[in-house]
Design a protein around this ligand. Structure first.
Ligand code: HEC
Ligand code: HEC
Ligand code: HEC
Ligand code: HEC
Ligand code: HEC
Ligand code: HEC
Length: 305
């Protein structure tokens, strides 16, 4: 998560790609590296808008979207980089839309409060009182983003009152507080999923706190909270066998658990997540997201919303 936001100068993807191009109808897009900058250009052959990329959002596990500035406004780039195709395609949510002008093709003009929200979830110390304050920003989710302000802790130590330090240990939270409040404040829990950019229900597969909440496995138990399966200090483990022990910690088949999730599987003994947490294709995402609604997924069954 440290790379949730990147400066254009540091972005490995932008550095590695000297020239990216894409065509969408009559519009041509280009991102060209020039020194420490990347210049985002869109043209219809008559008019052209060309501006340096302001910030790059996402390390590109799935994709990377660009924040642009044009005439004092912020824009979300209409095209994004996708790791799977190693190139540009429409940003999620833009499929099926046809820009009427070069300005519309450039991207979506973002209201100021929405820009602040992007930074609030993708960076640390960038927003106060719902307004952007980039001068104190730490790029990406740093330790402070989850553990509280290091500065006030250092001040407390300096003032000889370390017990008042405000380093926060999320380890004291309950399972529900971790999943729905703490991680859910960015990954989106039940009450934070409104107003998203598509009416295709599958898009909520990206909101793990919301999805897992509706699984029969879910309870306030920390074993089924986000940190039951993920170490927030490490990259996500992509080996489904890694999660078997996490499932078995409840599905033991042994008393006294039989009442509570003790059931065992008659079908599989390993790679539990590969069958019970199916991967979902989102149109145009070039990435298969893992459905956190743990369930018996029958072939051909529609995606349960
Ligand atoms: C409520 C918090 C929140 C807001 C607001 C938000 N994001 Fe995100 N974003 C996330 C989380 C959490 C993920 C990782 C999970 C996922 O991919 O859905 C993510 C993933 C992404 C990714 C994919 C990264 C990858 O590695 O594939 C991009 C690109 C992105 N966001 C861009 C943006 C932009 C641009 C904005 C503002 C217009 C924005 N986000 C607003 C929380 C947020
Ligand atoms: C995405 C949120 C997040 C980020 C970013 C994060 N942590 Fe944590 N950290 C947690 C959570 C959640 C726990 C509790 C884990 C548990 O109880 O199993 C934790 C626990 C810890 C602990 C153990 C606390 C104790 O008393 O046992 C230390 C030390 C720690 N983090 C250090 C760091 C450092 C250093 C960084 C920056 C490099 C960092 N963390 C970044 C979420 C985060
Ligand atoms: C019971 C185990 C389990 C729990 C609990 C769990 N996850 Fe996951 N998570 C997984 C598995 C399995 C994967 C996919 C790993 C792979 O690709 O093989 C995954 C992948 C992810 C990814 C990467 C994107 C993707 O779709 O592959 C994110 C982000 C994520 N989880 C966030 C969360 C959050 C936030 C929570 C808490 C609400 C959570 N997870 C709780 C098992 C779990
Ligand atoms: C301040 C907002 C924020 C909080 C709080 C947060 N996340 Fe994230 N997380 C993000 C964003 C943004 C991304 C996407 C980063 C990217 O793709 O570049 C992400 C990505 C992830 C991933 C995928 C990383 C990878 O290696 O591909 C996992 C897993 C994850 N978060 C788990 C957690 C867990 C567990 C917690 C709670 C302990 C948590 N996050 C809290 C914002 C947050
Ligand atoms: C905190 C304990 C806990 C964890 C961890 C856990 N489960 Fe469950 N699971 C339950 C409970 C409780 C139920 C509902 C009662 C039952 O079926 O025994 C359940 C039910 C299920 C069901 C039946 C769902 C249905 O729709 O009938 C499946 C399948 C399942 N779990 C698979 C898994 C897999 C796979 C994992 C790991 C990725 C996992 N569980 C992790 C507690 C847990
Ligand atoms: C090859 C796919 C597959 C794998 C791998 C798999 N399961 Fe299942 N599981 C199923 C199917 C299909 C069912 C439904 C069986 C039925 O209805 O008779 C099921 C049923 C279950 C149930 C419900 C049992 C009940 O009596 O209601 C649980 C709990 C469960 N699995 C947990 C797990 C765990 C834990 C693992 C890993 C150790 C695992 N599964 C591995 C396909 C799989």
């Amino acid at each position: 998560m440290r790379a949730a936001l990147e400066s254009v100068a540091a972005s490995p993807i932008l550095r590695a790609n000297q020239r990216l191009t894409f065509r969408d109808g009559k519009f041509r897009f280009e991102i060209v590296r020039r020194g420490e900058q990347s210049i985002y250009t869109v043209t219809d052959g008559v008019s052209t808008i060309s501006e340096p990329v302001h910030f790059s959002f996402g390390q590109g596990q799935a994709g990377q979207t660009y924040l642009l500035r044009y005439r004092d406004d912020y824009y979300e780039s209409r095209v994004s980089f996708y790791r799977d195709i190693k190139g540009l395609d429409l940003t999620l949510g833009y499929r099926g839309t046809t820009p009427r002008s070069v300005e519309e093709a450039f991207g979506r003009k973002l209201p100021r409060d929405e820009v602040a929200q992007c930074f609030a979830c993708h960076a640390t110390n960038s927003v106060s009182h719902s307004r952007l304050h980039l001068e104190k920003m730490m790029i990406g989710i740093s330790c402070e983003g989850c553990h509280g302000s290091g500065i006030s802790h250092i001040r407390a130590v300096r003032d000889g009152q370390p017990e008042k330090g405000s380093i926060f240990n999320p380890g004291i939270l309950s399972g529900d507080e971790i999943s729905q409040e703490f991680c859910g404040s960015c990954h989106r829990s039940v009450d934070r999923i409104v107003g998203l950019n598509s009416d295709d229900g599958k898009f909520n597969v990206r909101f793990q706190p919301y999805r897992i909440f509706s699984s029969k496995c879910y309870s306030d138990d920390r074993r089924i909270s986000c940190i039951g399966c993920h170490n927030p200090h490490e990259a996500v483990k992509r080996d489904s066998g890694y999660y078997d022990g996490k499932c078995r910690s409840c599905h033991t088949g042994q008393p006294p658990d039989l009442e509570e999730g003790g059931k065992v599987c008659r079908v599989g003994k390993r790679d539990c997540a590969s069958c019970h947490m199916p991967k979902v294709d989102l149109p145009g995402a070039h990435f298969r997201f893992t459905d956190h609604r743990i369930r018996i997924a029958r072939p051909g069954e529609p995606y349960p919303e």
